[in-house]
Write a protein that binds this ligand. Structure first.
Ligand SMILES: NC(=O)C1=CN([C@@H]2O[C@H](COP(=O)(O)OP(=O)(O)OC[C@H]3O[C@@H](n4cnc5c(N)ncnc54)[C@H](O)[C@@H]3O)[C@@H](O)[C@H]2O)C=CC1
Ligand SMILES: O=C(O)C1=N[C@H](C(=O)O)C[C@H](O)C1
Length: 252
């Protein structure tokens, strides 16, 4: 990769895309070469010689964007939600046929959120119960958040590795949805409220005690240090990286 990293932003008119455009324009060593939104031709990314494309679009298009970028030899930094094991597996297979190309998919680029998820994974094996509450602005289209899914999956993996079984829960009569969504056996609850940006609480319970791990993004600038870190590092990481924790040397 040359000294100046040429960056394209997809979803550039959206809340995250617009914030990313400004951050790239203000960052040392980066040059914004394309800012595209719905209806624009993705071939502009290649025509403008982008090294890295940042995707903050919508869950229904992000995987397709990534495949097009990989075909073009452009590294991808992806914050858009909606990824699952199947879509990540398809990208991993595709990257196997595109040596040298890197893709970083991160459900949350805020450093505090990544640390909160790491702390939750560390704590999970010591508690009988764990639930995740995510709270977001009401314009968000998906629920639960990608961050909450990733958090719950990490908690479930840590519990399984420690030999813990199902959590205690005597609920036998309930309204649909009252106990939230089940992500690998961990309950996840989604709040949508005007005034919020992006927030998460991880509740861990034992007899007589509770540990609460909370992270708040009050402004979308909170995601930018992580986005810029990924833009700078993705070229050194061929293949698929899922989660910013891998770029921060935190336990996966
Ligand atoms: N990983 C992270 O740290 C964060 C991830 N997100 C995720 O990023 C995504 C975007 O969030 P927001 O910016 O709030 O949404 P938004 O709705 O404000 O922006 C999405 C933009 O994508 C555009 N778009 C739709 N189809 C497109 C296409 N085919 N090509 C190019 N652009 C297209 C839309 O026109 C819109 O401008 C969501 O999935 C959200 O959950 C949001 C915040 C942080
Ligand atoms: O849509 C959002 O706003 C956010 N989306 C991501 C998610 O779903 O986890 C990251 C953050 O929570 C903000």
């Amino acid at each position: 990769m040359s000294e100046t990293i040429r960056v394209a932003v997809l979803g550039a008119s959206g809340r995250m895309g617009a914030t990313t455009v400004r951050a790239v324009q203000e960052a040392d060593g980066l040059e914004l070469v394309a800012a595209l939104d719905a209806g624009d031709d993705l071939r502009t990314v290649v025509a403008e010689g982008a090294h890295v494309a940042v995707d903050f679009t919508v869950p229904s298009v992000t995987e397709q964007n990534v495949h097009l970028l990989v075909d073009a030899g452009v590294h991808a930094v992806v914050g858009t939600t909606g990824w699952d094991d199947a879509s990540l597996g398809r990208v991993r297979d595709h990257l196997g046929r595109a040596p040298g190309v890197g893709v970083v998919v991160a459900p949350n680029f805020a450093l505090g959120a990544v640390l909160a998820m790491s702390f939750a994974r560390q704590a999970a094996r010591w508690f009988e119960s764990a639930e995740v509450v995510e709270l977001h602005h009401p314009d968000k289209v998906d629920a639960p958040s990608g961050t909450a899914r990733h958090t719950a999956q990490g908690i479930a993996a840590a519990r399984a590795a420690a030999g813990l079984g199902a959590m205690p829960d005597a609920t036998s009569q309930t309204l649909d949805g009252a106990r939230g969504a089940d992500v690998d056996g961990v309950r996840v609850h989604a709040v949508r409220l005007r005034g919020l940006v992006a927030h998460e609480e991880i509740l861990l319970g034992n007899p007589g005690e509770m540990l609460t791990i909370r992270h708040d993004s009050f402004d979308r600038t909170s995601f930018m240090p992580g986005v810029l870190l990924a833009v700078r590092r993705v070229g050194e990481r061929p293949g698929l990286t899922v989660g910013l924790e891998h770029l921060l040397d935190l336990p996966a």
